[in-house]
Design a protein around this ligand. Structure first.
Ligand SMILES: Cc1cc2nc3c(=O)[nH]c(=O)nc-3n(C[C@H](O)[C@H](O)[C@H](O)COP(=O)(O)OP(=O)(O)OC[C@H]3O[C@@H](n4cnc5c(N)ncnc54)[C@H](O)[C@@H]3O)c2cc1C
Length: 382
């Protein structure tokens, strides 16, 4: 028997859908809710590294992910010069194993749809446009027993053996269980644009320097890509969508090579977003009794390593494995969860921040050394 028989998962992002799939497939009754009326309606692209692909394969969606995305296994480094000179083409580590590509780029809405469909097929019940109004854990439950009463935003109520807070970096669940840690800005901001893929873009190329810190792009399918430019964090919220596109294009003027093919295609103001980088590591443990935080709700990193999504999937995998393989959700289970997840996620957050900080400080850090250490870490199964 699993440690839990019914679970509420709050948030149908990567962490939440992955948890719902794993638990529902293991015979647990799962309610999955999301505050949004649709989780696959909007979004840019995502770079999913091999260790994240390994988890997606375990969830039974690898074929769908491969079909929806664009696999590649090298990284290009280009100069911020008028020719966009290719400085290096580096074979990318296959952190999910030799039988998976190093990376797949894919549109976020497509990944969301794949995971939601799989969660529904596994038997999870999905309620969109729904959040939690109150959580009422049993007072001082035995470590191995008890549950959580829940009142939803529509006034309905439920009772669960476990509540999983997978509601992202601004997690309301985190606040409800009394954790006051909040994400902190790292000092960088990113323009991202989703658009058509020119034939010259067949993998991620990064350009360091020029008027911005990083200019890059990632193919997300035969027909699509997302392009991004990282700068000092600014309040870009005052800009209209048209002004945001114009500001990104102005910065992009300095970058060449495939950027010369990309720039003219970036014409849709609605396809451009601006986000300030943030970081968060909630100190262990991530549970308060029978409510646990996973994914960005527990740890969030700037996307300098493109590992946030993979770490969210790993949290879900480890939590699911422990809940399905142990008879009770007791202190030993939470200690095992902490042992397998806390240091690994914290190390990824710290490395992601360090990469950005070296740029903010205009300091030449040991980038290859840091990347090698993270590659070795995430190549190990979670
Ligand atoms: C600019 C940027 C670029 C990134 N690029 C990459 C990348 O290329 N590769 C990568 O691996 N990672 C990337 N990341 C990180 C990645 O997006 C996150 O780590 C990942 O989405 C975390 O998944 P999650 O499920 O924990 O949270 P989320 O994906 O944020 O999902 C949380 C879900 O909870 C829902 N929700 C929120 N509040 C409530 C509530 N009160 N009640 C119910 N539901 C709620 C939300 O609607 C959402 O659907 C990037 C992050 C940023 C900021």
């Amino acid at each position: 028997m699993p440690a839990v028989s019914n679970v509420l998962v709050i948030g149908a992002g990567l962490a939440g859908t992955a948890t719902a799939i794993g638990l529902a497939a293991g015979g647990v009754a799962v309610d999955l809710i999301d505050v949004k009326p649709a989780v696959d309606a909007a979004g840019s692209g995502i770079t999913m590294q091999g260790n994240g692909l390994r988890e997606l394969r375990r969830l039974g969606v690898w074929e769908a992910v491969r079909a929806a995305g664009y696999p590649f296994s090298s990284l290009g480094l280009r100069a911020p010069d008028p020719a966009g000179t290719l400085l290096a083409e580096i074979p990318d580590a296959r952190t999910g194993g030799a039988d998976l590509p190093a990376t797949v780029g894919l549109p976020r809405p497509a990944l969301a749809r794949i995971l939601i469909d799989r969660a529904l097929a596994a038997g999870a019940r999905l309620r969109l446009g729904t959040s939690v109004s109150s959580l009422d854990p049993d007072p001082a439950p035995d470590p191995g027993s008890g549950g959580v009463g829940v009142v939803f935003s529509d006034g309905s109520a439920g009772r669960y053996d476990l509540v999983v807070g997978a509601d992202g970096v601004r997690s309301a669940t985190r606040k409800m269980i009394g954790i006051t840690d909040e994400p902190q800005p790292t000092g960088m901001g990113i323009f991202r644009a989703f658009g058509p893929r020119p034939a010259s873009v067949t993998r991620t190329d990064l350009i360091y320097g020029g008027p911005s810190y990083i200019a890059g792009y990632c193919p997300t399918g035969e027909a699509t890509l997302y392009a991004y430019i990282v700068e000092d964090a600014r309040d870009r919220s005052v800009l209209s969508q048209e002004q945001r596109l114009a500001a990104m294009l102005e910065l992009a003027e300095a970058y060449h090579g495939p950027w010369d093919d990309i720039r003219p295609t970036l014409t849709d103001p609605a396809a451009v977003s601006y986000t300030q980088f943030e970081q968060l590591v909630v100190p262990a443990p991530w549970n308060r009794g029978r409510v646990v935080l996973i994914g960005d709700a527990a740890h969030a990193c700037p996307p300098t390593l493109a590992q946030g999504g993979a770490q969210a999937l790993e949290d879900a995998a480890v939590l699911t494995e422990l809940l399905l393989s142990r008879p009770v959700a007791d202190d030993a289970l939470w200690a095992a969860f902490t042992a397998r997840r806390f240091d690994r996620a914290r190390t990824v957050v710290e490395a992601s921040c360090q990469l950005g900080q070296w740029q903010l400080d205009h300091q030449q850090g040991d980038v290859p050394g840091l990347l090698a250490a993270i590659t070795a870490l995430v190549s190990q199964p979670a």
